[in-house]
Design a protein around this ligand. Structure first.
Ligand code: CMC
Length: 432
């Protein structure tokens, strides 16, 4: 492969270095383009722009490959669990037993919330969207742990394990307490002996008169859901986290920004939109056929849970989550769910339809994850919160990669201005 690329521009040839990633991804380093030519590149939506070099996640969207730190997602889904995978994603290596136990201990210590944070969550309107509360409360952690939100990354990195454990452990308690408050229910104290997922379900659903005990299949489906969401390279929320981190912002401020980006329906909000779509199709007495026909015109609603900016093949996460979903459903004794029947029909139609095939639109992770959440009993407005809990280790890993870059530059894209040219101010009395 050539090690330079030549741009012929304004009668001149300009050379740019070319480099290759560890999986053969080719890139042209245009870092000096503007200085050398006065031009910038224009890439609406960043579809062709590598914003960083990263060692965390590899995706090959054409063939449907996803790996965390080199490990295929299928192997992690089969053999690992959310916390071990979180440590892999954040540190670069699978943990030893001691490392795993130490981190679990930190998670246990950091599971409760300070009184002030409980009151903060309780102060929002009952019907506030849980993503608004999550973002605000994750940001507020910076106020409660000033030694972890210093004025430079170096001081924050010195306490990395503690900050990571606080974010991963408390995001779950914040989410559960938000739910409890919305239902007028009291706070459940975390139980040190329970695993991460079982503890979350206890925080959500235990009552003073009845402890919530999920079936092993349900706990395992939740564990898998979180693991499959742990990182996904430079998507909208992760790029947001990196952008904020590049300004020197602390971990809590950076992941809080990620929560906001994730809230959008084209990103993390899609799992909720899938259930809405299925309910509407059901209420219309449609089996999915009419909906598909309308989606193809480009005028109807999009088929939510289908299509992906990067995957032009079956999203590998969708395959894994679908299998675990059926096991969880069987363990709950759910045999005939009308929304599931519609989802299966939509999938079958779309996978055999020229419109979807031509555009390489396949089910993405959200197509089945909303159905899993619903079966577990998670309310719809909490689906994106669940995604945020799963994505927390990825955001933390990406923050760390930015914060520990010795050559860090603040992220500052350029633009092509297409507004009004220079004009003179006109006094309001003279304006027509
Ligand atoms: N249903 C119907 N048509 C679609 C869909 C869909 N879900 N997605 C894309 N198209 C069509 C689109 O209309 C366009 O058609 P044409 O070429 O005739 O104009 C073509 O496919 C390309 O679409 P695009 O919007 O240029 O593709 P994109 O890469 O910018 O968008 C996407 C990716 C995920 C935003 C989009 O596929 C979509 O809106 N999907 C539904 C929402 C969804 O499921 N989002 C979750 C994404 S996965 C979770 C995550 O990682 O955040």
């Amino acid at each position: 492969m050539a090690n330079t690329a030549t741009l012929h521009l304004d009668g001149k040839d300009i050379q740019f270095p070319v480099f290759t990633g560890s999986e053969g991804e080719k890139a042209i380093d245009i870092g000096k383009l503007r200085a050398d030519t006065g031009y910038i590149t224009y890439d609406d939506g960043f579809g062709n722009t590598g914003s960083c070099q990263s060692k965390i996640t590899f995706i090959d969207g054409e063939t449907g490959i996803l790996r965390y730190r080199g490990y295929p997602i299928e192997q992690l889904a089969e053999h690992s669990n959310f916390i071990e995978t979180s440590l892999l994603v954040m540190t670069g290596e699978l943990p030893t037993c001691d490392e795993r136990n130490n981190f679990s201990e930190l998670l246990t210590q950091n599971a409760p919330l300070r009184q002030g944070l409980l009151r903060f969550i309780e102060s929002f309107p009952r019907d506030a969207h849980p993503m608004a509360i999550l973002s605000a409360t994750m940001n507020a952690l910076g106020a409660y742990y000033p030694h972890l939100s210093g004025i430079n990354h170096q001081s924050d990195l010195g306490h990395f394990d503690e900050a990571a454990a606080i974010a991963i452990s408390k995001v779950r308690t914040i989410a559960a307490h938000t739910y409890r408050v919305s239902k007028g229910l009291p706070f459940n104290y975390p139980k040190p002996k329970l695993g991460y997922c079982e503890n979350f379900l206890h925080l959500m659903f235990s009552e003073p008169y009845a402890e919530f005990a999920p079936t092993p299949e349900v706990a395992s489906a939740l564990n898998l859901f979180l693991l499959l969401h742990a990182d996904h390279e430079q998507n909208c929320s992760t790029s947001t986290v990196r952008m904020v981190a590049s300004a020197g912002a602390n971990l809590f401020a950076s992941v809080s920004a990620g929560v906001n980006a994730l809230w959008g329906p084209l990103h993390g909000g899609a799992n909720m939109a899938v259930i809405e779509m299925l309910k509407n199709i059901h209420a219309d007495g449609d089996d999915g056929t009419r909906f598909i026909a309308a989606a193809k015109t480009g005028k109807g609603d999009r088929l939510m849970g289908f299509g992906h900016r990067v995957y032009k093949n079956y999203d590998p996460r969708a395959k894994i989550i679908k299998a675990s979903f059926y096991k969880a459903l069987a363990s709950l004794g759910i045999k005939d769910d009308p929304l599931l029947n519609i989802a299966m029909k939509l999938e079958e139609c779309a996978l055999n339809d020229e419109y979807f095939v031509q555009r390489k639109l396949y089910p993405n992770v959200d197509f089945y994850s909303g159905l899993i959440m619903r079966a577990i009993g998670i309310p719809e407005n909490m689906f994106t919160v669940m995604f945020a809990i799963g994505r927390m280790p990825g955001w933390i890993a990406q923050w760390r990669e930015v914060a520990s870059n010795p050559k860090l530059k603040i992220y500052r894209p350029r633009q092509v201005y297409v507004g009004e040219p220079l004009r003179e101010y006109v006094l309001s009395s003279l304006r027509k």
